[in-house]
Design a binder for this molecule. Structure first.
Ligand SMILES: Nc1nc2c(ncn2[C@@H]2O[C@H](COP(=O)(O)OP(=O)(O)OP(=O)(O)O)[C@@H](O)[C@H]2O)c(=O)[nH]1
Ligand SMILES: [Mg+2]
Ligand SMILES: [Zn+2]
Length: 293
């Protein structure tokens, strides 16, 4: 029995990288019966039936996994946003951050298309970047046109499984092409697809870049907070988590409780108000969720 890592899943086949070779594999029959779906990123045992083909027999325990994009054992998420086209959204970024933090994945924020930032948008953009760095996040400013930040981003990839995630059109595939030009991933002119939610990248695949494995994922714009309980939500906002010890009530949700250190920090400007507003909007969303049985 050989061991390897699934680097691509397409049309019922799993492509397993093992000692520098790729085997096109099917899952063994019982997987379907047991409702087990191998995922990209899975560490597997497989039975080779030829030099290039085989059957996946067993899946090693996963460190974590994501549903959308479907991928396992992710260590880092490169959250790609564009400064403009589409416009930077803290609401969407915070949603990604919450999801990533809840999976114990290290987030790295990339703000792409910095070349398109004009003098009018620049101060706002710079303030956002300062705010997120202040919270403790790594933020990399990039442009695939001027190659700004490309080397810096490359240095983050070595030795890890990373996933590139972000809305359609922010430049994920373009960035991957800048990091490894021979990839020649298909990119798309946003103007032809704007508003139709169409994605250029359709399947999940791990690519060898900068000494690490990187997933270019189908872009997505909506992400559910379905697996997150109200009580854990504040844990996924580092600046709330840090201050909650100073709140009067243990388990304070920082909504309307008296002597709340978080709300005091928002009022004095130590926590950006948009971060708190985004937090509250997620609180509402989780509260409105239909009960599950
Ligand atoms: N000006 C500018 N345009 C960029 C930059 N990066 C990407 N683009 C353009 O943005 C558009 C979308 O880029 P893609 O790389 O296809 O975006 P994507 O995130 O992979 O999109 P999906 O695959 O649909 O999820 C293309 O027209 C790119 O040429 C950048 O840094 N600056
Ligand atoms: Mg793409
Ligand atoms: Zn509080």
């Amino acid at each position: 029995m050989a061991e390897g890592k699934i680097i691509k899943a397409l049309s019922g086949f799993y492509y397993v990288l093992s000692e520098g070779k790729v085997f096109q594999c099917r899952g063994r029959g019982v997987f379907r019966k047991q409702k087990i779906t191998p995922l990209v990123g899975d560490h597997v045992e497989f039975q080779a039936t030829s030099e290039t083909e085989g059957y996946i027999m067993d899946i090693r325990e996963r460190k974590n996994w994501l549903v959308r994009p479907p991928i396992a054992n992710v260590e880092q998420a490169i959250l790609v946003f564009s400064a403009v086209e589409p416009d930077f959204s803290t609401r969407l970024l915070d949603r990604f951050l919450v999801l990533v933090e809840s999976k114990h994945i290290r987030p790295i924020i990339v703000v792409n298309k910095m070349d398109l930032v004009d003098d009018q948008t620049k101060p706002t953009m710079e303030q956002y970047i300062r705010d997120y760095r202040q919270i403790g996040y790594d933020v990399i400013e990039t442009s695939t046109i001027t190659k700004l930040g490309v080397e810096q981003l490359l240095s983050y990839l070595e030795g890890h499984i990373s996933v590139f995630a972000g809305q359609s059109g922010v430049g994920k595939s373009s960035l991957l092409n800048a990091l490894r030009p021979d990839l020649q991933l298909k990119t798309n002119d946003i103007s032809t697809h704007l508003g139709r939610g169409k994605h250029t990248t359709r399947h999940v695949e791990l690519l060898e870049i900068g000494g690490g494995l990187v997933a270019d994922t189908p872009g997505f714009s909506a992400l559910e907070l379905d697996d997150i309980e109200l009580e854990e939500l504040p844990l996924y906002f580092p600046e709330l988590r840090e201050r909650s010890e100073e709140c009067k009530f243990r388990g304070c949700l920082h909504i309307a409780e008296p002597k709340c250190a978080v709300r005091e920090a928002v009022e004095s400007g130590k926590i950006p108000s948009y971060r708190y507003e985004n937090y509250i909007s997620f609180v509402e969303e989780i509260k409105e969720r239909k009960p599950r049985y």
